[in-house]
Design a protein around this ligand. Sequence first.
Ligand SMILES: O=C(O)[C@H](O)CO
Length: 347
Amino acid sequence: MIHKRTAAFSRSVVYCKELVRNMSELIKHSVYVTRSDMPNVGIDLLKRECNVKIWDKPSPVPRADFLKEVVGTNGIYCALTDKIDKELLDAAGPNLKVVATISVGYDHIDVHECKKRGIKIGYTPDVLTDATAELTLALLLSTSRRLPEAQHEARTGGWVSWAPTWMTGPGLAGSTVGIVGFGRIGQAVARRVKAFNTSRILYFNRSERPEAKETGAIKVSFDDLLKESDFVICCAALVPETKEIFNKTAFDKMKNTAVFINTSRGGTVDQNALIEALKTNNIRSAGLDVTTPEPLPLDSPLFKLKNCVILPHIGSASIEARNIMSELTANNILAALNGKEMPAELK
Ligand SMILES: O=C(O)[C@H](O)CO
């Protein structure tokens, strides 16, 4: 008799435990992650507290699936390849509390529509500044000193002998560098180019930046920057005011020896105007980490130009930066869902 009661009691304990487990699963927040190859560190953090559903391929979730997968979710962990617009927010519905992107750029998110619905937005400023500034310098030097072209020549028999004027390009020392967009990344680029003994650093920005004192960078008009710079570097966020700011008029104003570098967004450039400027040697060369569209189609005229170096949007792709970005994205989501202050909320 006692034995039977004990057995019944144990069964009820097991049942209760199961019930509690199911209940807590039910009250856990749900988060949708838009691709399978997000760095583990952030995803593991999310999994500890949330029901996490992940698109099962290492490529952006197709739009039609995205619209279905987000229905009822509380949080979205996305990347710059995922468009978060009215249609997507409607599909997700009223349970959506937070959208966090693993990027500092947020031009893929309809900020106004999110704010209207009280949906918080998380992003990843600061943690990728060094990585992006390093890549900007790498691209600048690769473009000016023609590294991809030189590498190609060395591998394909073009290296016949050392030659005094072969594979030459402009040096940074003594040059004027113009930086368009003097936020965190623009300033980090300025600190780095200064170490190359440049003669002047100019910048163009909506507001004067007190941080410019550190590098002696001088605020000038956009036109003056274009006219006076040997290297023009675009670090500006893509907003309506910067859309195709580098157009035919801008390229016409630049020196025909100028090197143009873009590590912000392809949308800041009128790409046809750039192609024309490169083809006609209206500017010397361009280094692009960002294009329109992305990926850039293989038949793009840009790929045919020797004076253009193209990278596949890898500005923040240091291992360290990507891991911290993933952690910050997860922590943004967890904080928003738990009603706490987000470590990096887009206000
Ligand atoms: O916006 C960003 O974060 C970069 O372009 C990609 O990391």
